[in-house]
Design a protein around this ligand. Structure first.
Ligand SMILES: Nc1ncnc2c1ncn2[C@@H]1O[C@H](COP(=O)(O)OP(=O)(O)OP(=O)(O)O)[C@@H](O)[C@H]1O
Ligand SMILES: [Mg+2]
Length: 254
């Protein structure tokens, strides 16, 4: 069975960072599993964090193919599916797909239907699918992502951030999306952050699965422009992500 994991949370709180470090630690523990990383953020930068160059996105293809008006349009559908396959970037450790900007006005129903079928089939070919989303969760609300086993709502260490996580949680509950477990992660923590935020955290209704401390090594990696994926082993953020993976049982059954 494929395990689907996704993140949600307001802008700049550390979603992409968490997904990147999670992928790294999952690969460390389970070398031989197949992984698909999906960047569903229009402002795509998961690729940079992972050290990958993206040439085309799914949304660009949707835009080019919005003239497909029916699934019976076989030639157009087959050619669209072929192009979708070309969007998939293969690396020795995992495969990668960038969704790009959600579509503008106009009817994209048929290409969207094709995309949904494609993602369902594609995802089921992997053991582990990790999805980095944008704050608005456009792709989740459009149900382009069919099922999520674990959703991590990420917040920074501010009362405002935690309140936003609460709203994201409400949004998730209001969606018809099929999400099995939802956890809270607080990032950028310093001493006593969690104690100070305890009341706000309690009001989110989310289970706090762990925190990721403010990590000097992440700053350094950003400054020299190196992929976060190559963070040194001793990084405190990596150890924190390890704990989160264990507590959430992500690696179970993989
Ligand atoms: N634990 C941490 N310690 C230090 N810096 C961090 C930490 N987590 C994230 N950052 C830094 O914070 C910034 C925002 O992180 P990131 O890009 O992961 O957030 P995001 O939620 O994905 O943002 P967006 O909503 O724009 O996609 C980045 O510069 C990242 O390097
Ligand atoms: Mg991001």
């Amino acid at each position: 069975m494929t395990k689907y994991v996704a993140v949600a949370g307001k802008g700049g709180v550390g979603k992409t960072t968490f997904i990147t470090l999670m992928l790294r630690q999952v690969l460390r523990e389970k070398r031989d599993i197949s992984i698909l990383a999906v960047d569903a953020d229009p402002n795509a930068n998961l690729n940079e964090a992972l050290g990958i160059t993206v040439t085309s996105t799914i949304s660009e293809l949707l835009e080019e193919n919005k003239n497909i008006k029916t699934l019976q349009d076989k030639t157009a559908t087959v050619s669209f599916l072929k192009k979708l396959e070309q969007c998939l970037i293969k690396t020795p450790s995992f495969d990668f797909l960038a969704m790009g900007d959600p579509q503008g006005p106009g009817c994209y129903c048929y290409p969207n239907n094709i995309l949904r079928m494609y993602l369902e089939t594609l995802g089921s070919n992997y053991d582990f699918v990790a999805v980095d989303t944008e704050a608005g969760m456009e792709h989740i609300s459009r149900l382009t992502i069919p099922h999520i086993d674990i959703m991590f709502v990420v917040s920074d260490s501010s009362a405002r951030g935690i309140r936003s996580a609460r709203r994201v949680h409400d949004l998730i509950r209001g969606l018809q999306a099929d999400i099995s477990e939802v956890y809270l992660i607080v990032t950028h923590t310093v001493e006593n952050s969690l104690e100070s935020l305890a009341d706000e955290i309690a009001q989110t209704g989310l289970q706090l699965i762990g925190d990721i401390p403010l990590d000097e090594l992440i700053f350094q990696q950003d400054i020299i422009g190196k992929p976060l994926f190559d963070l040194p082993d001793e990084a405190i953020s990596l150890q924190a992500v390890d704990k989160i993976l264990r507590r959430s049982n992500i690696l179970k059954d993989l």
